[in-house]
Design a protein around this ligand. Sequence first.
Ligand code: SF4
Length: 473
Amino acid sequence: MKNHPAICLINPWATDFAAHDLWSKPLGLLYIGSILKKAGYSVSLIDCLSYSYSSPGFKFPSRTRFGNGHIRMQQIEKPEILASFSRIFYRYGIAVPDFEKQLNELKKTKIPDAFLITSQMTYWYPGIRFTADIIREHFHGTPIVLGGIYPTLCPEHAIENFQDCTVIPGQFDQNCLDQIDDLTGYNSNFKVPTTLDDSPYPAYELYPQLDSIALLTSRGCPYNCGICASKILQPNFEQRNINHIIDELETYKENYGVTNFAIYDDALLSNPGKHIIPLLERVIKADFKVNFHVPNGLQVSDITHEVAQRLRKAGFKEIRLSFEGFGTERVFKKPVSEKAFTGAVEALRKAGFRKNQLRAYIITGLPRQDIDMLFDSILLTHRLGVRIELAYLSLIPGTPGFDEYREFMSYPIDREPLLHNNTLWNWRFDEPFKWEKKLRELVRYLNSNQREGNIITSNNNIVKDLIQGGKNA
Ligand code: SF4
């Protein structure tokens, strides 16, 4: 039996038409890293989407004062099935020589007994393949394990396209650790925790440098919306013990000195009296002097005056609201009414959030989406002085929304995850969304006026032309 075998965790490159970093970190992989350490493994990490490994003198794309921003990208050839699509395709992440430099370092320090590659969007699989191929060139016979979202949502595709890897779909559990033990010849004899409260904190110490932290105060979502992967990826909704969350925040603040924390919960405001309100009260009392961000969007109907005031006092810098828009109740289990949306914005404004600190996600690309209602949602958001963020639908296998798309699509969305890409469904692949260009122009126009403090009404000629143009497209 081996003594403390070595595992290298890999967050692979992303391949896409567009990508932006909203304080994202491979949280699942970092949790696995800390569990493996507890189980006796020696663990290292290469995060291809991090700026941490850039060569001296290399200029990473500029970031905002809150630590988010662009990701380094390199134009690459489009996969054949996307050839007719008139946008440039990129590989996002660190330079290839920087990745290879990290692999060479491993050869000098501790040669891994296995690599664990995580995955995010299903349509980023070419980036994972590229990553696995480079690892293979450097470490011929070393086992590579592939897990994360892609094999969980598309297990057959992953097994077929990663035959040289051990593909493990689903959440990391005892069975996964047993398989890793088998591959490395180690008997960890360790019981994998089943809740976040029992898990060690994510292994951020594996990064050479950090400018922000992503964390979870809960896992999963109590709802099960027809286009969302949350229930498939995390069947149970769990909210963490507040003492643990505060302890985790203190640990990060002390050890890494970071000031930007992104909370990646799917349902941060659920059970407010038992979770977010007491949590924010503890955060306010502790006076962490850090910035909090909520890239996933907050549930509109749970934003009361009580919640809004505490969010402001606790240091939330910008609020993203999951408005989604009118006419979306067919897919969203908690649709937002005009009254609820207006009430939430009023509560946030009263709590001291400025208009330029408020954004609202509006979904576009739903099967058979009502265009009039979409434009109404956009105009209402603008009237309230809130910045509009169009959220383009990605196709999620295993959801009713995916089945609905499959019914009227001639594209092989079942067999080809590249076709799940949110950019495609709003551009030119599908007739109903020909108007998307006008939609984007409208949003750009309204948002630039919002920045200047102007409110544009539906009587404005530019708005009228763009809406009419969109409908006629
Ligand atoms: S509320 Fe949001 S996270 Fe929860 S299931 Fe619906 S879309 Fe997904």
